[in-house]
Design a protein around this ligand. Structure first.
Ligand code: ADP
Ligand code: ZN
Length: 299
C-alpha cells in the first residue's frame, strides 16, 4: 500500500478532525473544529488543506471517514453525500464534491467506523488479521468491517448499531432512545441511552455502578450476533463509553457465556483478552484511518 503524503478528515457529528501526513509517525499538521453547517465546516477543512499545501505541497489524495448514513458507492449519483441524517443542515449534504473541486485530487469517502477500522487494520490493533470488526460505542453505536483491508459496503454500508436485541422489560424498563427503533442496540447502549436510563451522564457513573453490568450485557449480546454472522478474527471496541476500562472484562466474560462453547476457536475459548480489545491507535483511529483510506486511492 502507498505511503504517499495525503490528507484525512474524520468528519464527526460534533467535530471535524483534519490532518496531513503519511502515517501515525508522520502527522505533519492537524486541526479540529466543531461541526456547524456544511458550508462553514467544509470551508474550514479546505482552508486547513490549502494552508498545508503551501507548506508541504499538494496531497496525493484526501480520505474522509464521516458520520452517516451516507453514500460510499463511487458509481452512484449521490456518492460523497450524507443522506438521511436528522442532524440539522446535513441531510443530503455533498461532502466530497466541494473538496474535490477545490483541491483537484481524488477524494475517498466512507463511514467513520469503516475508516477507523481501516486505520486499525493498517497500523493498530487489527494489523495482520484478515477479518476485523471495529465497533464504536459513543454518541451512537456503529460498526465497520474490514476483510483483508477492504471495508465492507454491500448494499450501502453496515448499520450495526441498529440491530434488534433481546429486551427483558422487567429487568430493564428503559424504552430506548433510537428515534427509528426505540430499543435497538444503539437505543439501549449508546452513551446518551446510559445517561437517560440512569438519570446521570454516563461519564459520571462510578465503575461499580450496575449500569456497566447492564451495558456489558447488551454489548455482549450484540457481539454474540456479530461473531456468529461475520466470524471476525479480532474485535476492536472504541468510542467514549469504552473509556470505562471495567467494561472490557465484563463484555469478554458475557460473550463467552452467551456463545456457550459453540464457536470453537482458541481466540474465544483461551485468549479472549486479546480477541476483544481497545483500539491500538486510541482516539486517533478515525483521522489516521482517513489517511490510510486516502493512500488506498493512490496505490
Ligand atoms: P462521538 O460518538 O460523538 O464521536 P465519543 O465516542 O467520544 O464521540 O462518544 C461520546 C459519548 O460517549 C458521550 O455522549 C458520552 O455519553 C459517552 N462518554 C464519553 N466519555 C465517556 C466516559 N469516560 N465514560 C463513559 N461514557 C463516556
Ligand atoms: Zn435504531
Amino acid at each position: 500500500m502507498s505511503d504517499a503524503y495525503v490528507g484525512g478528515i474524520e468528519a464527526g457529528g460534533t467535530k471535524f478532525v483534519c490532518a496531513v501526513g503519511t502515517g501515525p509517525d508522520d502527522v505533519r499538521a492537524e486541526a479540529r473544529f466543531p461541526t456547524t453547517t456544511p458550508d462553514e465546516t467544509i470551508g474550514r477543512a479546505l482552508a486547513f488543506f490549502r494552508e498545508q499545501e503551501a507548506r508541504f505541497g499538494p496531497p496525493a489524495a484526501i480520505g474522509i471517514g464521516s458520520f452517516g448514513p451516507l453514500d460510499p458507492n463511487s458509481d452512484s449519483p449521490t456518492f460523497g453525500s450524507i443522506t438521511s441524517t436528522p442532524k440539522p443542515h446535513w441531510a443530503n449534504a455533498d461532502v466530497v464534491g466541494p473538496i474535490r473541486r477545490a483541491l483537484g485530487v481524488p477524494v475517498g469517502f466512507d463511514t467513520d467506523v469503516n475508516v477507523a477500522g481501516l486505520g486499525e487494520w493498517r497500523w493498530g490493533a487489527g494489523r495482520g488479521y484478515g477479518t476485523i470488526l471495529y465497533l464504536t460505542i459513543g454518541t451512537g453505536v456503529g460498526g465497520g468491517v474490514l476483510v483483508d483491508g477492504r471495508p465492507l459496503h454491500g448494499l450501502l454500508h453496515p448499520e450495526m448499531g441498529h440491530i434488534p436485541l433481546p429486551h427483558d422489560w422487567a429487568a430493564d424498563p428503559y424504552k430506548g432512545h433510537c428515534p427509528f427503533h426505540g430499543d435497538c442496540l444503539e437505543g439501549m447502549a449508546a452513551g446518551p441511552a446510559i445517561g437517560e436510563r440512569w438519570g446521570r451522564p454516563a461519564v459520571e457513573l462510578p465503575p461499580e455502578h450496575p449500569a456497566w453490568e447492564l451495558e456489558a450485557h447488551y454489548l455482549a449480546r450484540a457481539l454474540q450476533g456479530f461473531i456468529c454472522t461475520l466470524s471476525p478474527e479480532r474485535i476492536i471496541l472504541g468510542g467514549g463509553v469504552m473509556e470505562q476500562p471495567q467494561l472490557f472484562p465484563l463484555v469478554r466474560a458475557k460473550v463467552r457465556e452467551y456463545l456457550n462453547g459453540y464457536v470453537q476457536s482458541p481466540a474465544i475459548l483461551d485468549a479472549i483478552d486479546s480477541y476483544i480489545v481497545p483500539p491500538g491507535l486510541g482516539n486517533r483511529a478515525g483521522v489516521l484511518g482517513a489517511i490510510a483510506q486516502a493512500q488506498m486511492m493512490v496505490a
